[in-house]
Design a protein around this ligand. Structure first.
Ligand code: AMO
Length: 434
């Protein structure tokens, strides 16, 4: 069925059929133009009223904006046309008529608020600058996959319906599973760890995570895309190296393959891939530097989580992607290993964009006894996690890994003001549909 020519490929001298949406109709009296838009761009269709069949003129100029039409005609050079060529139509079919009342204006001349845009995502994505975000998001995921392949990691898919949570009990979405209570998974954490003890050794997953967070902020979602990595025989420093490689590859992929989209978003001049070496600050240095900025009302002390304003102050100070390492063990999850010579200090790390956290990771506790103890200390019943802990009795190598928020990566890369801009159909406190 798709034997049409993309508008971007229509060359002068050819007779083509193009198909797409009616972007605009400009009627200047004796002459009128219909601008047709498809995935590749736009093309001008010219109607010279006196020289054309009346029915053709009437159909072409009577059609409502955003209707789908197919136009067959000769392509000619026309320097005054937006793309330098125009089509003189022999025929025009209205394939799908659009209602004259549109819930939002895809030409962008009339602004719509985010909520209206999200309710009408199909129409919203007819705008070049919105479409560009999702083309870039796709390139980010493609580049990330390629970077993982270059690291010899195997892509896995793990269950999203689970019996227990891992990232803190309060953030779980319960569901009913054949009469039993089950949950939407918060993270592939335990499954990816189980795979480093399998024959695969080094794995990655790109998939949804579900967090029943109460937060309704511009950087939290209740369903997010997590980019997870885990490798046998890695320590936390090697995991950080892999994290730099993957995040840098995402930027490089976009710089190389999304020039047009960056132009559309007005980012072409300033877009720069990081140089691949992110400064590594210890948690202790981080709180000292935050305190020294004087931005917080109260000084941070050892053991405090970093408040959002603290992250901002430090981010401004550092001015590029950076790691925070050597967190206090007490504020990192049970699966993170402590330093061998100091059990107050964990191998956990976060990777930060100057504006927010993008990644958490660390070396994992792979010693059976310590692991079971960790569950108990975190108030979790180790028996419920028997499927996981028992595999640590059968040859589980030391390992490390991390989880990267896919939407936050796109959001920070493009300087988007709200994480929802980077999700087609966001799930948040208010939004369950579409
Ligand atoms: P964490 O809970 O820090 O770590 O999540 C890792 C990264 O995922 C992103 N993220 C979110 N993005 C948007 N909305 C949310 N509600 C949300 N929650 C998390 C963030 C965050 O840095 N299992 C560990 C990872 C590991 O150690 O491998 C984990 O899930 O960018």
């Amino acid at each position: 069925m798709d034997d049409r020519t993309y508008t971007a490929d229509a060359e002068p001298g050819e007779t083509v059929t193009v198909a797409g949406w009616v972007h605009e109709i400009r009627d200047l009296g004796g002459i009128a133009f219909l601008i047709l838009r498809d995935q590749s761009g736009k093309i001008q269709v010219k109607f010279e009223k006196d020289e054309m069949d009346d029915d053709l003129v009437e159909t072409g100029l009577g059609v409502h904006r955003e209707s789908v039409v197919a136009v067959t005609g000769d392509v000619e050079e026309e320097p005054r046309a937006p793309t330098g060529v125009e089509i003189t139509p022999d025929s025009l079919d209205v394939v799908a008529e659009a209602d004259p009342e549109l819930p939002l204006d895809p030409s962008g001349k009339v602004d719509a608020d985010l909520s209206t845009r999200l309710d009408n995502r199909t129409l919203d994505l007819r705008k070049d600058e919105v479409k560009a975000i999702f083309e870039i998001r796709a390139e980010v995921l493609r580049s990330v996959r390629e970077a993982f392949r270059n690291l010899d990691a195997t892509e896995i898919n793990t269950p999203k319906i689970v019996a227990t949570g891992t990232e803190g009990g309060t953030e779980l979405f319960p569901i009913t599973y054949f009469g039993r209570e089950a949950f939407m998974n918060q993270s592939p954490q335990l499954f990816k760890q189980l795979m480093v003890g399998s024959g695969l050794e080094r794995v990655f997953e790109i998939g949804p995570i579900f967090r029943a967070e109460e937060h309704n902020t511009p950087r939290h979602l209740n369903e997010a895309t997590s980019i997870d990595f885990e490798s046998a025989f890695y320590d936390h420093t090697e995991a950080m190296d892999a994290c730099e490689t993957v995040v840098t590859a995402a930027y490089e992929g976009v710089a190389e393959n999304c020039a047009e989209q960056l132009e559309t978003l007005d980012l072409a001049d300033e877009f720069e891939a990081p140089d691949g070496e992110f400064p590594r600050l210890t948690y202790e240095e981080a709180i000292e530097r935050i305190n020294a900025t004087g931005e917080l009302d109260e000084q941070l002390v050892w053991g405090d989580d970093l408040p959002t304003e603290g992250e901002h102050a430090l981010g401004q100070d550092v001015g590029e992607h950076y790691f925070i390492t050597d967190w206090p063990s007490e504020i990192k999850p049970f699966y993170i290993k402590d330093h061998d010579d100091d059990e107050q200090l964990s191998t956990g790390f976060d990777m930060m964009h100057p504006t927010m956290e993008l990644v958490s990771g660390g070396q994992r506790e792979h010693r059976y006894d310590h692991l079971v103890e960790g569950f108990e200390q975190q108030g979790l019943d180790p028996e419920q996690f028997d499927y996981y802990t028992k595999m640590f009795k059968y040859g589980m190598p030391p390992h490390a890994g991390w989880g990267l928020g896919g939407e936050r990566l796109v959001m920070t890369m493009l300087g988007l003001g709200n994480i929802r801009e980077a999700v087609l159909f966001p799930r948040d406190r208010q939004r369950l549909s579409p």
